[in-house]
Structures are given as C-alpha cells and as structure tokens.
Design a protein around this ligand. Structure first.
Ligand code: NAI
Length: 296
C-alpha cells in the first residue's frame, strides 16, 4: 500500500507550528498542494509570531506547492475567503485538517466563562466554521477527507482542562454525525487524538517523554486518516510510535421492565449497569435504540 496525495489539495489549520506544520510538510512531500493556515500568536491565543509563511517556504524549497493564510479559524468570513481563494487557484479542496488550537488551562474554580468560551470558540466553532466553508465544495466534488483533532483530555479527562476537554469531545460528536451525512458524497470524517512534543505540551510532559514524542510520530495516523483509503468516523490516538483506536461503548445494562422504577433500583444494580460484559459500540443512534428497545 502506498499513500500518495498527487493532485490533491489540502488545507491544514494551525500549521505554522507543531503538529499542523508536520502534517503540511508531509502532505506536500507526498504530492499535495497545501494551504498553510495559521493565525500566529502564543499558546494561549495572545499576540505572537506567525510562522505560516516560513512553513510555506520550507515546502517550496523542498519542491512542493503551498500558499499561506493568516486568518483565524474563528472568523467565518476569513475562512470562506481562504477556501474561495484556494478554489480559484487550484480548483478544489480534497482535505481539511482541523488542527488549530490554544490552551487556557486552569482549575474550573479559577476559570472564567471567557476562558471557557475562548477554547470552545477556537477548537469547536473553528472546526465547524472551516468545515462549513468546504462542505458544499466537497459535496460537489463527491470527494472529501476531513480530520478533527480531539485529545486524551476530551476522551478521558484531565485536571485543569474542563474547557479544553469539553471542546475536544465536542469534535468527536461533530465527527460522528458529519461522517454519516458525508458518506453518500464520499466525504469521510475522522478524528485524531495526538500526543506530541510541541509548545502546547513542552511544560506539561516530562523531558524524557517529550524526547520520544516528535510530531512526526503522529503524522502517519493523520495522513492515513485523510487518504483515499481512509475509514469513516474513526478516532485514532497516535504518538511516540503507538497507535490505538478509541470507541464510545454501551454496556448491556439492565431492563427493569414493568417493575418499579426507582432511584434505589439504579443504585442497587449500578454494578450490573456498569458491567462491560457484552458491551457494544453502536454505529449510530438507530443501532443504539435498536439494542435498548430490542431488549425492552
Ligand atoms: P501548537 O501550539 O504547536 O500549534 C497550534 C497552532 O494553532 C499554532 O501555530 C497557533 O498559532 C495556531 N492557532 C491557534 N489559534 C488559531 C486560530 N484561531 N486560527 C488559526 N490558527 C490558530 O500545538 P500542537 O500541539 O501542534 O497542537 C495542534 C492540535 O493538536 C491542537 O488542536 C491541540 O489541541 C491538539 N493536541 C495536541 C496534543 C499534543 O500532545 N501536542 C495533545 C492533544 C491534542
């Protein structure tokens, strides 16, 4: 199996640094024309240097094709303009990697609603805005590959990241429905949960762990998930040479049936409700209700 991107046009948001940069470089090396989007700025979203143009230079110096865009993923007009410009230049958009992100880590007690809203705006609304900007075009083309970026925090939780975790799991929910809607137009939507040494994690993970977590260790999963052979609606964790798949499961639970329905019953049988024997991964809400109503 060889994965190539010749003739494909890819947009990578937040590609001035870290993971986005690594995705953009490898997509271009494998033949894609790449739009390197980045607003610039520091890790918390405050003002700072923008490296998008530097990444474009790197790609061009290596013989690839790329343009940069400095709009914010939260700016609907700017993202629509970016896609219109890309279309005018290269005729299509095959791949969108929603990667841009910032952190505002604090315990929930110290977090303001502004901190919460800012994170949801950039990660969740930013991905929705960029996806909306390419959606009709991908439907017209009858081809599209979209990648969301979640996090172990969204999937499993982390102290100090209630805002980030909420936004990041929202992206998995976004993928789950969008992948169903896109299927008939050959649009596949997947999600990556990366672990990589970037400025985002430089003071969160110990140095000996960071040494093994170069962004290039996440690239293989991200590129497979936006390739022609990509699955649809998969969440893949990647980093340091490890690759895993995350599922949202449903236990068999209990059926109380016509018996008395009380909170005590739920409490008394909580262990059985939680038992993972025979749990399933429902493919959609229909499959979930079929199992539950089927048992009833
Ligand atoms: P990074 O800080 O190196 O890169 C993020 C990039 O997004 C920056 O270049 C920044 O300027 C850009 N950006 C921020 N706000 C933007 C906006 N509104 N519009 C356009 N660009 C914007 O961080 P890293 O680690 O490469 O993160 C990439 C993605 O991976 C993020 O979504 C992050 O939440 C996610 N992630 C990273 C993990 C890691 O271990 N590094 C773990 C889990 C998730």
């Amino acid at each position: 199996m060889t994965i190539g991107f010749e003739g494909r046009v890819a947009v990578v948001t937040g590609a001035g640094n870290g993971l986005g940069r690594a995705y953009a470089l490898e997509l271009a090396r494998r033949g894609a024309k790449v739009v390197v989007n980045d607003l610039g700025g520091a890790r918390d979203g405050s003002a700072g240097q923008n490296n998008a143009e530097i990444v474009v230079d790197e790609i061009r110096n290596a013989g690839g094709e790329a343009i940069f865009n400095t709009g914010s993923v939260t700016d609907e007009e700017a993202m629509n303009a970016m896609i219109a410009e890309t279309r005018a230049m290269w005729g299509r958009v095959d791949i969108l990697i929603n990667n841009a992100g910032i952190l505002r880590d604090k315990s929930f007690a110290k977090m303001t609603i502004a901190d919460f809203r800012q994170i949801v705006d950039v990660h969740l609304m930013g991905a929705a805005i960029c996806t909306k900007a390419v959606w009709d075009l991908m439907r017209e083309q009858n081809y599209g590959r979209i990648l969301m970026t979640t996090s172990a925090t969204g999937l499993y939780g982390n102290f100090g990241q209630a805002n980030y975790g909420a936004a990041k799991l929202g992206l998995v929910g976004f993928m789950n429905s969008l992948g169903i809607e896109g299927q008939k137009s050959n649009i596949h939507v997947n999600t990556i949960a990366p672990a990589a040494a970037t400025r985002m994690t430089e003071d969160i993970l110990p140095p000996e762990v960071l040494a093994k977590l170069g962004p290039e260790t996440v690239v293989p999963a991200a590129l497979y998930l936006v390739s022609e052979d990509a699955p649809n609606r998969a969440t893949i964790a990647a980093g340091g040479g490890g690759f895993e798949r995350a599922h949202i499961t449903l236990t068999r639970g209990i059926i109380v049936g016509d018996g008395e329905l009380t909170p005590e019953i739920v409490g008394e049988r909580f262990e059985t409700i939680s038992s993972r024997d025979g749990e399933i991964v429902p493919d959609n809400v229909g499959a979930q209700s079929a199992m539950v109503f089927g048992q009833i």
